[in-house]
Design a protein around this ligand. Structure first.
Ligand SMILES: NC(=O)c1ccc[n+]([C@@H]2O[C@H](COP(=O)([O-])OP(=O)(O)OC[C@H]3O[C@@H](n4cnc5c(N)ncnc54)[C@H](OP(=O)(O)O)[C@@H]3O)[C@@H](O)[C@H]2O)c1
Length: 226
């Protein structure tokens, strides 16, 4: 994979998956900026922390600053997000707003802010993180699955909207990712079945590469052996 000199932004870039994506894209030669609500990582010179990407103005300001630093924008990876398991009977209605905001609205705001820069570049790539769980929602997964189903529809609609602009828009749909948080939540599970962040980062790097120029509007499951 060669992404030499390509400017890329990874939202949620300080998280478990986002950090693996930042690392993989840098290894492929890209210049990468991470934008996250979490505090800026000390080791990451090109990182923007404390940004709520569900706020359109904050998203635009952070994306504009990152693009200035990168010298242009070729790729946006929307990896900001969160998970909650809650039944409707015992859960809180506010959880539906929360997950809509962190999983869907962050991708909407970051993508909208990125579009003028991608167009100025003459084309580019957007990769969203959906979820396999959105295909068929299990009990307790309603709010999460609904928000990730929204990410799938954003992906489809924006890919159609951007066909004439040379911007591809795709989504990867992980099942349970092998993260420290998931290991802590499910200590008895067989971790070897879970997809590794590095494997998802590899797929995302492919979708950003020249080889994937003709792929757009795709929703690609990546589920390890789950
Ligand atoms: N982990 C899984 O098993 C799994 C499975 C399928 C899909 N996914 C999706 O994959 C993506 C990454 O998951 P992960 O496990 O790497 O999660 P993670 O470690 O929690 O990282 C997500 C990052 O996104 C940030 N974020 C959340 N809301 C934000 C906002 N409004 N503005 C800016 N940044 C925000 C978080 O910051 P804070 O710490 O401040 O919240 C966090 O740093 C998410 O979209 C998730 O839904 C995960």
């Amino acid at each position: 994979m060669n992404l030499a000199g390509k400017g890329c932004i990874v939202t949620g870039g300080f998280g478990a998956l986002g950090a693996a994506v930042v690392q993989r894209l840098r290894a492929a030669g890209a210049t990468v900026a991470a934008i996250d609500r979490a505090p800026k990582l000390q080791w990451d010179a090109v990182g923007f922390g404390g940004v709520d990407l569900a706020d359109p103005e904050a998203a635009r300001a952070a994306i504009d600053s990152a693009v200035t630093l990168l010298g242009g924008l070729y790729g946006l990876v929307n990896a900001a997000g969160a998970f909650r398991w809650e039944t409707l009977a015992d859960g809180d209605v506010a959880t539906w707003d929360l997950l809509y905001s962190v999983n869907l609205k962050t991708a909407v705001c970051a993508s909208k802010a990125a579009l003028p820069h991608l167009m100025a570049n003459g084309g580019g790539r957007i990769v969203n993180i959906g979820a396999g769980a959105a295909t068929k929602a299990a009990a307790g997964m309603g709010a999460y699955a609904a928000s990730k189903a929204g990410v799938a529809k954003l992906t489809e609609a924006l890919s159609e909207e951007m066909k004439a602009s040379g911007i591809t828009v795709n989504a990867v749909l992980p099942s349970i990712i092998d993260t420290p948080a998931n290991r802590a939540d499910m200590p008895k599970a067989d971790f070897s079945k879970w997809v590794k962040p590095e494997a998802i980062a590899e797929l995302i790097a492919f979708l950003l590469s020249d080889a994937a120029a003709d792929i757009t509007g795709a929703l690609i499951p990546i589920s390890g052996r789950v």
